[in-house]
Ligand binder design. Structure first.
Ligand code: USQ
Length: 400
């Protein structure tokens, strides 16, 4: 199949380009390298060095024996995205080209406005370009489990049957996103539903949980093919941050009580799931939703798993609770479905500790590089405005 990836230079995009090419798909992609700039803006860099796109493209051609069809450009530049899609005529478009960070969107008005403009208008441009130049393509749109928030009832995959005042209907499950970033994904979902209904486009909206991991097997040992791995408060997701903290002996930063429960999945499972969605497209006009995660854990349980993996490679790790910079519930019910991907053959990896051990081994050679950013690991971006650094709210959690 011909697969177009928006955001191909990012954490997932670069890995997906390789995963798909290794399976015989023809891949094209675009990026404006904004992720590199945002991470620099918040005072950090990737723990694993990221090579220039020229070097990445060369390594790609050497490993896979085929060039990657890449163009630099912005989804906000409508003529650019329309022209690229018109030329490439993809069977599937995987849209990963958004700001992925809740804290970044909460820094101040300018960052909230930028995140909403970039994500919502960029996605709208993809929908319009599809309608105009490749209406038969399948859009695989990266949403987030965070669209649903943490309701006190089970979370279905996108829709649920509801009875109200004696009448029944199947309606979108309520969205209760908890940051201006997560809200962009809700707005994207609404626009995508509308485009499918009105123009007959086909789309899969992926409600993805929190991804972690440094590599997929396809990357081999060429450092130019590795994905980035962020650990700052904005672009580092929880387990990735914990693994980097463990490597340099920084206490793991649990926000609040640590009872926040989320669905998590290793990068290799994310690749498997996105590929299943691509290879099993919906019918024209269909909008479907996949909840995409391996298993649900509390953040505290994950911190213990990271500590267990760290101890196995000889690293002593402490876990501290910090006052939560986010406004979120840290004890709540959480029971989302994830049947659609299982029905398509998704086989979860199931071993978080083993995956974290691989991460630690990949990160240890970059210990000095991570250590140089020791001072930025405690968060200071607060959901209620302003910035001040979180403080410890208890003594270290004792050894299990
Ligand atoms: N957390 C900590 N300590 C940390 C970092 C995070 O306790 O050092 C807590 C947060 O308070 C939160 C949970 O861990 O309760 C998850 O935080 P996160 O930063 O790993 O993930 P989140 O902000 O929710 O966003 C990430 C991705 C985003 C994606 C989302 C999926 O950055 O793009 O949409 O995961 S989900 O969380 O299911 O909405």
């Amino acid at each position: 199949m011909k697969v177009f990836i928006a955001g191909i230079d990012g954490y997932l995009g670069w890995a997906l380009a390789q995963y798909l090419t290794a399976r015989g798909h023809e891949v094209a992609g675009m990026d404006r390298f904004l992720r590199r700039q945002w991470v620099e803006e918040v005072g950090s860099y990737s723990a694993i060095p990221v090579y220039s796109m020229e070097e990445r493209l060369l390594a790609f051609r050497q490993r896979y024996g085929t060039p990657l069809n890449f163009r630099e450009g912005d989804l906000l530049d409508y003529e650019f995205i329309r022209g690229f899609l018109a030329d490439f005529q993809p069977d599937a478009i995987v849209h990963l080209g958004e700001v992925p960070s809740a804290p970044y969107s909460m820094i101040d008005q300018a960052h909230a406005a930028f995140t909403q403009q970039n994500n919502v208008v960029g996605s709208l441009n993809v929908l319009w370009a599809m309608k105009e130049v490749c209406p038969d393509a399948h859009l695989v749109k990266l949403g987030t489990m965070g669209e649903y928030g943490t309701p006190n009832i089970d979370i279905p995959e996108g829709f649920f049957e509801i009875e109200y005042r004696g009448r029944k209907d199947v309606l979108p499950f309520p969205r209760q996103a908890n940051s201006f970033y997560h809200l962009t994904k809700v707005h994207d979902s609404n626009n995508t539903v509308f485009a499918c209904k009105t123009w007959g486009l086909a789309a899969t909206d992926i409600m993805q949980g929190v991804v972690f991991g440094t590599q997929i097997d396809e990357m081999g040992d060429d450092p130019r093919l590795l994905s980035r791995l962020d650990f700052d408060q904005c672009f580092g997701t929880a387990i990735n941050r914990f693994a980097c903290q463990a490597v340099i002996g920084h206490p793991l930063t649990l926000y609040g009580a640590g009872g926040q429960t989320r669905g998590f999945l290793p990068m290799r499972d994310s690749m498997q799931c996105l590929t299943l969605a691509i290879e099993n497209p919906p019918a024209p006009g269909e909008y479907r939703v996949f909840n995409q995660f391996e298993e649900c854990y509390t953040i505290e349980a994950l911190a213990y798993k990271v500590r267990e993996a760290a101890e196995a490679v000889g690293l002593e790790t402490e876990i501290y609770h910090y006052d939560n910079p986010r406004t979120e519930s840290d004890h709540h019910y959480y029971n989302p479905d994830r049947q659609h991907l299982i029905d398509l053959g998704y086989q979860p990896t199931h071993d978080v500790v083993a995956e974290v051990r691989i991460m630690l081994q990949d990160l240890l050679p970059h210990k000095e590089r991570i250590y140089a950013k020791y001072d930025i690991l405690v968060p200071d971006i607060r959901w209620n405005g302003g910035r001040h650094r979180s403080h410890r709210i208890d003594e270290a959690v004792p050894s299990a």
